[in-house]
Ligand binder design. Sequence first.
Ligand code: ADP
Ligand code: ZN
Ligand code: ZN
Length: 720
Amino acid sequence: MPQATPNPAHLTQVLVNSPAYSPMAGVLTYLSPTKLVPGSLVRVPLGQRELLGVVWHDTHTTDPLKPELEPSRLRPISATLETLPPLNAHWRALIQFAASYYQRSAGEVALAALPPQLREFSPIQLSRKLKKLAKTSAKPANSAPGTSASSLQNTTNSVVLSAEQTRAIAQFNQNSGPFLLFGATGSGKTEVFMRCSAELLDRKPEAQVLVMVPEINLTPQLEERFRARFGQLFGLDAVVSMHSGMTPAQRLNSWLAAHSGAARIVLGTRMAVFASMPQLQLIIVDEEHDPSYKSHEGARYSARDLAVYRGHQEGIKVLLGSATPSLESWYHSRPATDGGRYQRLEMPSRVGSGQLPLVRRVDMNHQPKSCIIAPPLLSAIALRVARGEQSMLFLNRRGYAPVLECTDCGWKSNCANCSAFRVFHKIDRTLRCHHCGFTERVPRACPACGNPDIAPVGRGTERLEEHLAELLVDIRRPDGQAVRIVRIDADTTKLKGALESQLAQVHAGDVDVLVGTQMIAKGHDFRRITLVAAVNPDNALFSSDFRAPERLFSLLMQAAGRAGRDASVAGQSEMWLQTFHPTHPLYEALKMHDYPAFAQSQLKERQQAAMPPMSFQALVRAEGRTQEVAQGFLNAASLAAAEQSDTAALLAHLTIYPAVPMSMARIANVERAQMLIESPSRTALQRFLTAWQSVLHSTRQQPEYKSLIRWAVDVDPLLI
Ligand code: ADP
Ligand code: ZN
Ligand code: ZN
């Protein structure tokens, strides 16, 4: 027993934000005048700064790797945010797991999971804030009639459930999950989400539900519907949002409401998976296949996967939903007798008499050369306009043309900083790089040979919109007016509120033809669209990324799901595909709206090639001034793994591929390389990555790699 040290109860271990590879990563020891329970929030000095920290352990544990700190050199905690209840053990376990699984420090993950404004607040500011919040929520809204169980019954029963919905809900109630709700677009998944939530909230007056959505502005209707139903029942304050589009003050309010239990429903994007919700009873992940659940900075976590972990850890239900599940979730929901771990709930039909659209493939090999919109598609659109119906065309490229080219010498509008072309934007006559932002006026003549004849090659949404307006110039709406075309993409929605107002125009029927990027193909409940067209979907068929077909199929299914949602306007709605490969199996499956057939063929290919979900992957990415340094660092760390016993012992269970340039090899003059590691065993891969961290650190210290800018590990990467 150390006699001379202060009372061990007063040695407090605090987690602060430090990146994984800093020498101070992990837990720091401070002195506290009182014993603080784990999960308490504190402010601590670090160097010249004062930081927010989380008390992590309640006993003083010693790290065998670190020399015991001289107690006289320990610094005291600056302040305790004691008005806040401590973060509970479940939350701390989630952070610890996420940090270790995604190979980052717990401090980084924990502090990133707290609202930014909390990092700045003193105890006094926080107390003031809490008092203010208590005052507003004490207003009548909460105690309004409508919170009683009987009114809950009344409101939720206003919709008569379909047989499929009833069965899915019964299965949800009888089992423990995790569940995959596989429901066609328009099958009424949202209604199922709301019923399952209502049941739990009703049963326990303090229960909380977390509802996750991919991108909040792409699914405003889900939020509206949850607000409309549950706001009425529990008061508007009981439903809060959490996403990066909110101001720091709003985010703090939501977080505090969730943490205190005042919020019964939290609706949020991927970051919400870390929300502190002491009475959490259910996690719903809508559109679970959406790639935006995977973070692409800091700890590259998958919020969907963490939701499943969190549910398991807290012993609560998790409900994933999609019309086109990720192949991972689909595979996990195979029959339990084959090793499946999720329970699949199926809703194959649309609610009411809404039918899935007829899929029509236009064979572009038999259309006029270099036509953009095939004549039959054009006639179909013109017909809809004349009937007062809406059409939607999407093309996965914004701008006017992806590249400008000199017809004489072959000069192309390359970006000087990136391995990419600059895109021609006609509206302001600029060449813009979509990767680094480098923008210039379009030159009057070819910079290489002086030829004034430089021409746009290929098309983006801006050019499609222009072209369409020319083609439809003589077509009239039923009211005799000219066609109204609106374009929605990242360029037209830069200003705050622009997307909302453009969508409102579409919903109000002020638009006949909607042109856009894939941004318009997802989630929106457009009532009057009866024709959807993919202008040029072929690219993804032959991509080197093994997930490209999965993403394309899901995008096209989602897009098709935008058509014919309102049975009263839909005679027969249509989904058009312009393709040079009309008999491709992906399009065949799409024509039949047959996700299971598509998934089965993809999984078979993945099985044969030992790809995820049958195997597990991690990528290490490195950035440097040259490819030589970036790739050299990765290859050296790979070689060194064989020389260190704990990593060497695992090499038999995995494959480390040589470093290669990333498909976008250079962005903003930074060269990027990556190295793939694959294993049939998730455990072996995890053990290897953990042990390999120290090898990566020491490799970085070698003189050849001093100029390396950064490196990072991406576990279960989505883009390879
Ligand atoms: P999904 O999320 O599966 O695409 P939604 O939940 O958006 O489908 O439902 C599609 C439409 O059907 C919505 O307008 C919704 O209000 C409506 N709806 C859902 N369930 C029912 C039902 N049982 N009876 C009538 N309409 C329903
Ligand atoms: Zn030229
Ligand atoms: Zn660039």
